[in-house]
Design a protein around this ligand. Structure first.
Ligand code: HEC
Ligand code: HEC
Length: 414
């Protein structure tokens, strides 16, 4: 090469680098296809707009929220004054408890879920045995393994404590009914619900990434760690995780079977949603019952149409994945200790363990069909498993408690 040739060659290389400053800044960003980008954007924006619950007449009311907060932390709502809601739903543990199974007055059968973001639920409990938050808040009071009290105990407590009676009057516009224990207990559940509706998880690194993609800000998007990007690509791609963990709250709100063993301590089986539907339909506290404040019953549509079928055996609610790094162990019975264990479970899932529906074809010959084919062993490599775990970690809020809606109320009750 001549000297002139060398000069031109060198100049060309310098020009190449000089022309790529934008590329150098977003070099950490994977090339997501338009379809991948569309799927990623479906998981936001966050937080969601808040709306009141029509089935609860004190939903969103500051006096009720303040009363509910008070009650949530008050052990006098339990037998022997030993436990409160916050004994199992600990604010410092993202409103879960870090245990395998919930422990109240006795150990229960199920893992304690976080109550952050519960306003977004359609169904409550791992089995969906309640269709509203106030009924779900009454449940632990009556459960002999949890707070173990009666409607009479709750109602007398609200009537006889001067401060609570005064706060109740402010929240509901009348003092606790002297003769109707059940109505006072349900109202107590409604105040607890009003408080829990304010519990929202904060913004996460994933939310910043997602919003940057939405704005087309590649430089900001490139700050999201590359292993999390690769894990996200699996989550919305070959892992199909987003079929169930869908939308801004990473759940489609429904139920599914995932092959987690369902045998309980005493040898009985946890039938999950199958039992949950029966309990929902038998409950006096469902949205079709006498205690819903929604006169039009507009919120009861899903409950009215829910039908029991063999596919409901061993189904559990698809949990939100927000703040997931803070709520180990995992699954309805705490069967899996770490997020890596969860991803490995999906990677190696044994389809033989999944329940099947038995049907007869037109000739009367029995056919066994898998319930559906959403799950299949993903056979992920060790690196891919690490990537999905890295992604799941980015669904945890950056600052604890930053998403909680602060509602202030001065009661002057003493
Ligand atoms: C002994 C521990 C314990 C106590 C005390 C307790 N809970 Fe729970 N909570 C649980 C467990 C376990 C579940 C899951 C229940 C199930 O699926 O059967 C749960 C579920 C819930 C849910 C449903 C969340 C969802 O996503 O479906 C709400 C809401 C809730 N509890 C609120 C409360 C309130 C309000 C109180 C106090 C009145 C309370 N809990 C007391 C352990 C507890
Ligand atoms: C077919 C629906 C479905 C698919 C697909 C699915 N999940 Fe799940 N996921 C569930 C259900 C249902 C549970 C709760 C199961 C139980 O408690 O027994 C769950 C639980 C979890 C949990 C534990 C949550 C907790 O609070 O205990 C994590 C983490 C999770 N899934 C991540 C993933 C990932 C990652 C993928 C993709 C590799 C995935 N899921 C695919 C339905 C699904």
């Amino acid at each position: 090469m001549t000297r002139r040739g060398i000069f031109i060659f060198a100049a060309a290389i310098v020009a190449c680098f000089a022309l790529r400053p934008a590329a150098a800044d977003d070099g950490n960003l994977l090339r997501f296809t338009p379809e991948e980008t569309r799927r990623i954007l479906q998981h936001g924006p966050w937080p969601r707009p808040w709306s009141r619950d029509p089935s609860n007449r004190v939903s969103g009311k500051p006096a009720a929220i303040a009363l509910g907060e008070r009650l949530f932390f008050d052990p006098r709502l339990s037998s022997g004054n030993s436990l409160s809601c916050a004994s199992c739903h600990l604010p410092a543990k993202s409103f879960a408890d870090g245990r395998k199974l919930g422990v109240g007055l006795e150990e229960g059968d199920r893992n304690t879920p976080s109550v952050l973001n519960v306003r977004l639920n359609r169904w409550f409990g791992w089995d969906g045995s309640n269709d509203n938050l106030w009924a779900q808040s009454v449940r632990p009071m009556l459960d002999p393994r949890e707070l173990a009290v009666t409607a009479r105990h709750v109602a007398d407590f609200m009537r006889n404590d001067r401060e609570l009676r005064c706060r109740y009057q402010q929240a509901f516009g009348a003092p606790p009914a002297p003769a109707d224990d059940e109505a006072v207990m349900v109202d107590t559940g409604k105040a607890l619900a009003a408080y829990q509706e304010t519990l929202v998880s904060g913004r996460t690194p994933f939310d910043d990434f997602r919003d940057a993609l939405a704005r087309g800000d590649r430089q900001a998007a490139a700050r999201y760690p590359q292993n999390a990007q690769r894990g996200l690509r699996i989550f919305i791609g070959k892992g199909s995780c987003n079929l169930c963990h869908f939308g801004p709250n990473f759940t489609n709100g429904e139920f599914h079977e995932t092959g987690i063993p369902v045998l309980r301590k005493l040898g009985s089986v946890d039938w999950g949603r199958y039992q949950g539907i029966k309990m929902l339909q038998a409950s006096r506290f469902n949205l079709e019952g006498p205690y819903s404040d929604d006169a039009s019953r507009s919120t009861a549509t899903s409950s009215r149409h829910v039908a029991l079928g063999p596919q409901n055996y061993e189904q559990f609610k698809i949990p939100s994945l927000r703040n997931i790094a803070l709520t180990a162990p995992y699954m309805h019975n705490g069967h899996l200790a770490t997020l890596r264990d969860v991803v490995k479970h999906y990677s190696e899932i044994d389809l033989g363990l999944l329940h099947s529906v038995h049907l007869y074809d037109s000739d009367g010959v029995p056919q066994t069909l898998p319930v559906d084919n959403l799950l299949k062993p993903l056979k992920l490599s060790g690196q891919e498993i690490d990537d999905v775990v890295a992604f799941l970690h980015t669904l945890t809020e950056k600052r604890a408690g930053a998403g909680i809606r602060r509602v202030t109320h001065k009661s002057n009750c003493r």
